[in-house]
Design a protein around this ligand. Structure first.
Ligand SMILES: [Zn+2]
Length: 429
């Protein structure tokens, strides 16, 4: 335990540890299991849980199944507890969700956009403002994933859409406070502001990788490589649970490395980028359809479902690049999200056949496993959620939550609950 010297500090520290443990396990462990996990005295755990329930941070439900003996309780999210708003801004649409402690998500909106910064972020800012007003103090912050490199402070470039240094927090509007972090997985710095956590803007692949490290196949993996395939592809190395974002937050642009020997000019300005050969744009190009500008998702899905040749070409390009990155980084596991899951399912052998010869001879006996992400398309959204909870689950964040909770007015309309559903195809987290 670090820095807690008074009993008050110790209690604040243990409140954070307990909430963190509930969040990380997806609100599945019983109070007695958590008590053991955290090496707490049973009485201490009872007092902590009671205090957190009083603050509307935690709520206990009886365990569904328990061994003979006393019924046991499972701490989980409070029905009026904190919510992180999480957004995945893709090149053609955005998706907004509310996420509880433990990771349960409810989709609040899914809207196509025209690909311009104003078109995409204006309507999103309006939606965020509406839900913030509706949910009031429950909203602890907003995490936004975008399909391009993000510099500290939320400046985003999306080459395919012609976005250059787009100030995302500014375009989201005055209802969204000043950002405090831009680097996914990095330390949270800066003041705790407004609705506790300022907006957190990050790269979609880096967020997807963070989610993979917390709730997916990279959990507990020391060095992993995560690749996210949408219109093109992005990739990032994950070391001990943290995606490596580079000095300015713009690192990990593996899709913009010349790994497949191509010579096409990429919208990013470089020639021969790997991302030109993998993803929806490459699928469309392969069958002679128009591509680029974040258009053609439905047609690309059709190609993915019907054209074995286009799928195999995509998978081969993916495998070739994976080999180069495995040679460079020596990951234990390579995970694929977005269309990467379908590419692996439909043409896994083509991918492996293309990857194998690209590996150094010393790696061929024990190549890393390549796997589709169990989180599928939800990684970016869940990673955005994780970043908000990372910033909130601190002694300062919890203290701010208490301050925002005057006892009076507990049943005002702003305190209404979110009606929960799971995301399409979601498995319980
Ligand atoms: Zn490029």
């Amino acid at each position: 335990m670090i820095g807690a010297t008074t009993s008050g500090e110790l209690r604040a520290h243990n409140r954070v540890r307990l909430l963190r443990a509930v969040h990380d396990c997806g609100a599945t462990r019983t109070r007695s299991q958590l008590t053991r996990d955290l090496s707490l005295a049973r009485g201490t755990a009872s007092v902590l849980v009671a205090g957190l329930a009083e603050d509307e941070l935690l709520h206990e439900e009886p365990a569904r199944e328990h061994a003979r003996g006393r019924p046991t309780q499972v701490p989980g999210p409070h029905p009026r507890g904190p919510l992180a708003l999480a957004v995945d801004v893709r090149e053609d649409a955005w998706e907004l969700a509310a996420c509880e402690l433990g990771g349960r998500t409810t989709v609040l909106g899914l809207e196509p956009h025209d690909g311009t910064p104003e078109g995409a972020l204006g309507s999103l800012g309006d939606a965020i403002a509406t839900h913030r007003r509706r949910l009031g103090h429950r909203v602890i912050g907003v995490g936004v994933a975008l399909a391009g490199p993000v510099r500290h402070g939320g400046l985003v470039d999306i080459a395919h859409l012609g976005w250059r240094s787009v100030d995302v927090p500014q375009l989201l509007g005055p209802d969204v406070e000043r950002p405090i972090v831009g680097l996914v997985g990095g330390p949270v710095v800066g003041p705790i502001v407004g609705p506790i956590v300022g907006p957190i803007v990050g790269n979609d692949t880096a967020f997807a990788a963070l989610a993979e490290a917390r709730r997916g196949r990279l959990r507990g993996v020391r060095v992993g490589l995560h690749l996210h395939v949408d219109f093109d592809l992005g990739g990032v190395l994950v070391v001990e649970g943290r995606p490596l974002g580079g000095a300015s937050g713009m690192g990990a642009e593996f899709g913009h490395m010349p790994l497949t020997g191509g010579d096409r000019l990429c919208p990013c300005g470089a020639i021969g980028c790997w991302g030109m050969d993998v993803g929806a744009n490459a699928l469309l190009r392969h069958v002679g359809l128009a591509y680029g500008g974040g258009r053609g998702r439905a047609q690309a899905e059709q190609v993915l479902a019907t054209s074995e040749e286009a799928v195999a070409a995509n998978a081969r390009a993916l495998g070739r690049g994976v080999a180069a990155l495995v040679n460079a980084h020596d990951p234990e596991v390579v995970t694929l999200s977005g269309h990467g899951v379908e590419l692996y399912e439909r043409a896994g052998q083509a991918l492996l056949d293309s990857c194998g010869p690209g590996l150094m001879a010393i790696r061929r006996d024990h190549p890393p496993t390549i796997e589709g992400s169990p989180l599928g398309w939800r990684g970016a959204l869940l990673g955005a959620m994780e970043s908000v909870f990372d910033a909130f689950l601190t002694p300062e964040g919890l203290e701010k939550w208490r301050e925002n909770h005057p006892d009076q007015g507990r049943d005002t309309p702003e305190r209404q609950n979110v009606t929960h559903s799971t995301l399409k195809g979601a498995k319980p987290l």
